[in-house]
Design a protein around this ligand. Sequence first.
Ligand code: F6R
Length: 612
Amino acid sequence: MCGIAGFIAAPNSTNGLDTVLTLLTNQEYRGYDSAGVVGIDPTNNTLVRERTCDGVRGLAQMTEGSHFPTHCCVMIGHTRWATHGKPSIRNAHPHISEGLAVVHNGIIENHEVLRTFLIEKGYTFTSDTDTEVIVHLTQYHLVWSSHGDLLTAVQHTVDQLEGAFAFEIIAESEPEHIVVARRGNPLVIGIGENVLRGEFYIASDAFALSSHTTQYVVLNDNDIADISPHGYTIYDTDGMEVVREIRTYNMQERTGKGEYAYFMLKEIYEQPDAMRNTLMKSVGVNAFGPHSPRIFEHVEQLHIVACGTSYYAARTAQQWFIDMGIPCNVHMASEYRYSRVLVRPGTLFVAISQSGETADTLAALQKANGSAYLSTLGICNSDESSLVRAANYTFITQAGHEQSVASTKAFTTQLTALRLLVLAITRAKGWCDEDAYMGELFAIPQRMEPLLGLNTVIREAARRYLNVQSAFFIGRGDMYPIALEGALKLKEIAYIHAEAYPAGELKHGPLALIDPHMLIVALVTDDDITEKTLSNVQEVIARGGQVVLFIEQGVLPPVSDSVHTINLGLLPGMSKQFLTTIALQLFAYHVADLKGLDVDRPRNLAKSVTVE
Ligand code: F6R
């Protein structure tokens, strides 16, 4: 979702504009529909603002050499993922109300009611956003209902807001303050290394701050903070001063693209190490949290909830639990949160999220925490996310920071975590041959290397399909969830309409769509249903579809001019789903790259979906 940035320092101490632009660049993966900054010009204490639909780079160009005062030491900025109001300058943040300016990430659900109230009070709205009510309402409290200072005005505003938000607000009347607030959406304050300059930074995540400082605090839900060059004070929901722990960012997380054209390709290549790290850090009976075996011993069934790629990780693992005699239901978080769910005794709730900030997944976890589950477990790639704080037990995948919007290494490390969960539960019940199981798992990262070696072969295959409009991804049994994930990758980064089907289901309707323009991506592995899948492929060939066949070594591919075969080598045991996933990631990547698309920043999307 949107990224918010802020900077405050002693007057004239440094170039505030550069700092805020860098903080925005660091979190552009959160949204890139538009960008803007506003600062308080120290020469006359007035707000100066710039906004653009050309991203942070465009913003830097606009402000360079212009009237914009680079030496502002109180400045906030925003990079937007549009929710209310299309991407345009008028809807770009910051929004202003007579001497106040705000940037916001989230959704104000009661914005219509507040808008009506504010219009009655004489305020004029200049955007279609829900955000604008925050700034007018604070202006109203500050100036008209005489509640005192900016902090008090924000406290009154927050009391009236419904929905999710993280916002920053500045006022001409208090040129040495930034007031920030969060509920539902993340917000961190970075503490500058130069104490004399009184520098503080604000961002949506610690990664964004790490270009400037390693020291930071994470605000809790409903915290409000008043930040000035003299320090910061945090208040809880009752207005009481509270202290939040100062954390240190691990700089190893901060890496560039290196030799790779895009972060996505780099992150695909990082998967062997990401999986190894996840396995290494997870050895021991308490990998899922202290005393987790005592809970796992009583697990009778599982409910797993997630969104997008994380949901497909859950779908992939579902059968692993069932194979071990543990019933497992998998739900999309956005559906789960509003559905009636039967929770039988002994059910463990598992939420999976790369970011740990996905609004639907967090809401599902909140619902589960209030239900009759045995316990709740969060599988997450960020150890200081909201999900990790809310779950009773946690497992942190060691994928490292994932920067490309399309998830890759997070997926395979989630699969790793889920494999380890199977082991942890069955071990707690005394059902498992642990050594054989771990031996197989530890062999997978090494088996990934030859798959990555198919990069050029897959790129050449991808080159044939740049003009297709639609694709079906087909597979049976344990290949079907991988087909789902492969289709998601292709649609999100290559803008090709792609659906996944269990191969045997095609004849029940979708076959009607097969013609020479339709691409079929078929996954055929060597198992007891290989012949069935091959027959389904033949049905597609007979109807003129173009097929790209990802096939396990040893399986005889159908001979046809319309089939392009990619031999994946041997895919033994547990490695099969991991390895085919990598092949499909590379395929989607190369189609998108060869089409000349911005692979890391697909249109309309953002990493970390913090709105409903
Ligand atoms: C797809 C993708 C999304 C995310 C989804 C959930 O490549 O990245 O589908 O998987 O938005 O995000 P997390 O895992 O952060 O909850």
